[in-house]
Design a binder for this molecule. Structure first.
Ligand SMILES: [Zn+2]
Length: 656
C-alpha cells in the first residue's frame, strides 16, 4: 500500500511541476488552473496522511511556513555585483574606450531589458533549491528561501542536465497588473514595482508574499559550467527550467546596434507586462568579461544603460498632511508646479515620516521628483547643497489637523492615524469612499457637496444620505431645484447594490475591491462574514493575518454594528452576484406547466443562482423552454418558432 501511495505522490509531483512549468515559465496552458488546483489538493491530502513522503521540492512546499522572527544572514563566496549606470551614447562610448584600452579586441554585446525588481541569488544542490537570498551588501545577504519558494516561475527542482551545485542570479519582479491590483487595496500605495517586489520578498510572514503573485527573471550563472559566452549562459538557464527573458534579448555586433535596440525598447517598453528601466549591456565573451575584472562594486564588462528618467527638479514649498478615510496621515509635498513628461505635477507623496527622514527633506528644499508610468509622483532626491539656510525642518504633527485628537501608531506600522471616528476629515474620506463608483456609485455627489452636507449638519454618517429630502438641500447655497432633485434621485436609485460593492463601501481597512469580491464569492451575507473565524477568513487565498484582523476588528466595533443596522433600517439591500463560471451563464429560460419535484418559484431561483435568466415571454431570444405537466400556450409557441424544449427530468439533470 505504502509503495503505491509513494508512486502516486511522485507522479502527481511531476505532473503538477510539468504544468506549473508550462504555465508560469512558458506562458502556455494545457489544463485549467482549477484542474491544476485539484491535483495539488490531492497531493496535499496524500502528503498529510503520509508525511514521510514529503520532499522539499514538492509543489506543496511553496505554501509558506511559520512566520520568521528575523532573516538569517547568508555569506557568499562570490560578491553579488551591481552595475554602473550610463545615460547616453557618450557614456557608452567612453565605457567602450576604457575597456578597449585594457583589452584590445572586438567586443560583442549581449543586451537585455533591465527589469525593475529586487536582485536575488538561488542555490541548487543536486537539482533541488536549497537557498534563496537577497543581495544585501553584496557579500552578505538575507535568507529569504521561504518567500522565494512562493514564486511559481522559480523551479524547486531543476530540469535537464544540471550540475551537482548550481548558483544563479536574477530578479524578483512584480508585473504591472499585479502592482495595480495590490495598490488598489492599499491606503498608502507602493510608489513603484521595485519597492513592492522588495517589500514582498522581505516579508517575515511568507503568507503575505504568497498573496502577491511575484515573478522572476533569471539572467546569470555564477557556477563555472564552461560557458563561453553570456548568450550561452542564457540558453543553459533555459534548459534547467528557469524563466528567462531570452526572447526579448539580443546579441549586438557593435555599439550602433546596441543603440538601435535601446531606442526600440524605449518605444515599446509600455507593451511589456512589467516595468523596465533600461538595458543591461554585457560583453558577450566571458573570457574578456573576466579579464576586465571588477572596479569598486561593479564588473567592468557590463553596464546598465538607463532610459532617460521621467524626472524633474523643483522646490518643495510645503508639506501637508492628508487625512485618509481610516484616519491615516500621509505627508504630501506641495511642489512648485513642474512639467514631467507632459503632465503638470504639483504634489508628490512622501509616504510617511520615516521616508522624509530617509530623504533628509526640509521644506524649501530643491528636490528631484520622479514619475513612473501612471504611478503617483514621488520625491527621490534632495539637494542639501542648494540650501539657503531658510529651509525649515518638517516636524510630524502629533494631533489630527482636523479634529485635534492625539495621533496613534501601531508598533509594527509606520503610519500615524487619527483615532477619532467622528473626525471631520476622516468623515469626508469615509463619505467619499461610500459614494465612489466602486461602492454605492452615487453620481454627482463630489467632495464639495459632501463637505457642505456635513458642515450643515445634514448628515453625520453615510446612511443619513438616504434620509435627505429635496427640501433639505434647496436652502443651501449653489443648489438649484434641478440639481437638488438629481442628487436625491441618484441617492435613492442606489438602495440596492451588489454584495461585493456593499462590502467595499464599508471602508474596512485593508479590504479593497479585490478582497471585497473574494469575500462576496465565499460568503452569502454580511452576517456570515461577521461570524467568520480568523481561520475561515484566511482560507481565502488573498487574505492573510493582517486583513483578517482588520475585518474582525471592524465588525467587533459598536459604531460599525450600529452603522450596519442603520443601513438596513433605511432599506438598503445588497444582492448576490452571479458566479461567472456557472453552468447556465447567459442562458435564458421560460418555464411553463406544473413540475413534480420543485415549484416554479424554486426552479426560477435555481436558474438565477446558476447564472441563467428567466423570462415570462417566449421569443427567439430564449434558449430553453422548460415544460412541466399541462403546459400552456407557451409550449405551442415555442414549438412553432423552433426553441429547444426540455422536460422536468432533463432540466433537473442540467442543474444537477
Ligand atoms: Zn481627526
Amino acid at each position: 500500500m505504502n509503495k503505491k501511495v509513494k508512486k502516486r505522490i511522485e507522479k502527481l509531483r511531476d505532473l503538477i511541476n510539468h504544468h506549473r512549468y508550462l504555465y508560469h515559465v512558458q506562458d502556455k496552458e494545457e489544463i485549467s488552473p482549477e484542474a491544476l488546483d485539484s491535483l495539488k489538493k490531492e497531493l496535499f491530502d496524500l502528503e498529510q496522511n503520509y508525511p514521510q513522503f514529503i520532499t522539499s521540492d514538492s509543489p506543496t512546499q511553496r505554501i509558506g511556513g511559520k512566520p520568521l522572527d528575523f532573516f538569517e544572514k547568508v555569506k557568499r563566496d562570490n560578491i553579488m555585483y551591481s552595475f554602473n549606470d550610463a545615460f547616453s551614447r557618450e557614456d557608452m562610448d567612453n565605457w567602450e574606450k576604457r575597456n578597449k584600452k585594457l583589452i584590445s579586441a572586438n567586443f560583442e554585446y549581449y543586451c537585455e531589458p533591465k527589469l525593475d525588481g529586487l536582485a536575488i541569488e538561488l542555490v541548487y544542490k543536486d537539482g533541488i533549491l536549497v537557498l534563496g537570498s537577497t543581495r544585501g551588501d553584496g557579500l552578505v545577504g538575507e535568507n529569504v528561501t521561504q518567500n522565494i519558494k512562493t514564486i511559481e516561475s522559480i523551479p524547486l527542482k531543476l530540469k535537464g542536465n544540471y550540475p551537482n551545485k548550481l548558483i544563479v542570479r536574477g530578479e524578483a519582479i512584480i508585473n504591472k497588473k499585479e502592482f495595480k491590483r495590490i495598490n488598489k487595496d492599499r491606503e498608502v500605495p507602493y510608489a513603484n514595482t521595485r519597492n513592492l517586489a522588495a517589500g514582498s520578498i522581505r516579508q517575515l510572514d511568507s503568507s503575505i508574499t504568497l498573496g502577491r503573485k511575484l515573478d522572476a527573471d533569471i539572467y546569470s550563472i555564477v557556477t563555472d559550467l564552461g560557458q563561453k559566452t553570456h548568450q550561452e549562459e542564457h540558453s543553459l538557464l533555459e534548459s534547467f527550467g528557469f524563466k528567462t527573458n531570452n526572447r526579448y534579448n539580443k546579441l549586438c555586433k557593435n555599439m550602433n546596434e546596441v543603440f538601435e535596440f535601446y531606442s526600440y525598447w524605449q518605444k515599446h517598453r509600455e507593451n511589456l507586462p512589467y516595468e523596465i528601466d533600461g538595458l543591461v549591456v554585457a560583453i558577450n565573451d566571458n573570457n574578456i568579461f573576466k579579464q576586465l575584472g571588477i572596479v569598486g562594486k561593479a564588473p567592468r564588462g557590463a553596464i546598465a544603460l538607463k532610459f532617460p528618467l521621467k524626472e524633474a527638479t523643483t522646490i518643495v514649498e510645503d508639506i501637508k498632511i492628508q487625512v485618509g478615510r481610516t484616519g491615516a496621515m500621509t505627508p504630501v509635498a506641495i511642489l512648485k508646479p513642474v512639467n514631467i513628461n507632459g503632465a503638470i505635477i504639483t504634489r508628490a507623496t512622501l509616504h510617511n515620516e520615516k521616508e522624509i527622514e530617509r530623504l533628509g527633506l526640509k521644506i524649501g528644499d530643491t528636490v528631484v521628483v520622479g514619475r513612473a508610468g501612471d504611478v503617483i509622483p514621488e520625491v527621490s532626491k534632495v539637494f542639501p547643497e542648494l540650501r539657503t539656510g531658510k529651509e525649515k525642518a518638517f516636524k510630524m504633527i502629533n494631533s489630527c489637523p482636523s479634529c485635534g485628537s492625539e495621533l496613534v501608531k501601531k508598533e509594527e506600522e509606520v503610519v500615524w492615524r487619527c483615532p477619532n471616528v467622528k473626525c471631520f476629515k476622516r468623515k469626508i474620506g469615509w463619505f467619499k469612499h461610500f459614494v465612489s463608483r466602486s461602492a454605492f456609485n452615487m453620481e454627482g455627489i463630489g467632495p464639495k457637496v459632501l463637505e457642505k452636507f456635513i458642515e450643515e449638519g445634514l448628515v453625520s454618517i453615510p446612511s443619513n444620505l438616504f434620509d435627505l429630502k429635496e427640501g433639505d438641500i434647496l436652502p443651501l447655497e449653489r443648489f438649484a431645484e434641478k440639481s437638488a432633485q438629481n442628487i436625491i434621485e441618484s441617492i435613492q436609485k442606489r438602495k440596492e447594490v451588489p454584495f461585493s460593492r456593499f462590502i467595499y463601501s464599508l471602508g474596512i481597512r485593508n479590504v479593497g475591491q479585490k478582497t471585497s469580491k473574494d469575500l462576496a464569492k465565499r460568503f452569502k451575507s454580511i452576517e456570515d462574514i461577521k461570524d467568520a473565524t480568523k481561520e475561515e477568513l484566511e482560507s481565502l487565498s488573498d487574505i492573510g493575518p493582517i486583513v483578517s484582523e482588520s475585518i474582525i476588528d471592524w465588525f467587533s466595533d459598536k459604531d460599525n454594528q450600529l452603522f450596519l443596522r442603520e443601513l438596513e433600517r433605511k432599506g438598503v439591500v445588497y444582492f448576490l452576484e452571479k458566479q461567472k463560471s456557472s453552468i447556465l451563464s447567459g442562458k435564458k429560460f421560460v418555464i411553463t406547466g406544473t413540475m413534480k419535484n420543485l415549484s416554479r418559484e424554486l426552479a426560477k431561483e435555481k436558474i438565477i443562482s446558476l447564472g441563467g435568466e428567466v423570462s415570462s415571454a417566449v421569443s427567439k431570444n430564449i434558449d430553453y423552454l422548460v415544460s412541466g405537466e399541462n403546459p400552456g400556450s407557451k409550449y405551442q409557441k415555442a414549438k412553432d418558432i423552433g426553441l429547444i424544449i426540455i422536460n422536468e427530468e432533463e432540466f433537473l439533470e442540467m442543474i444537477k
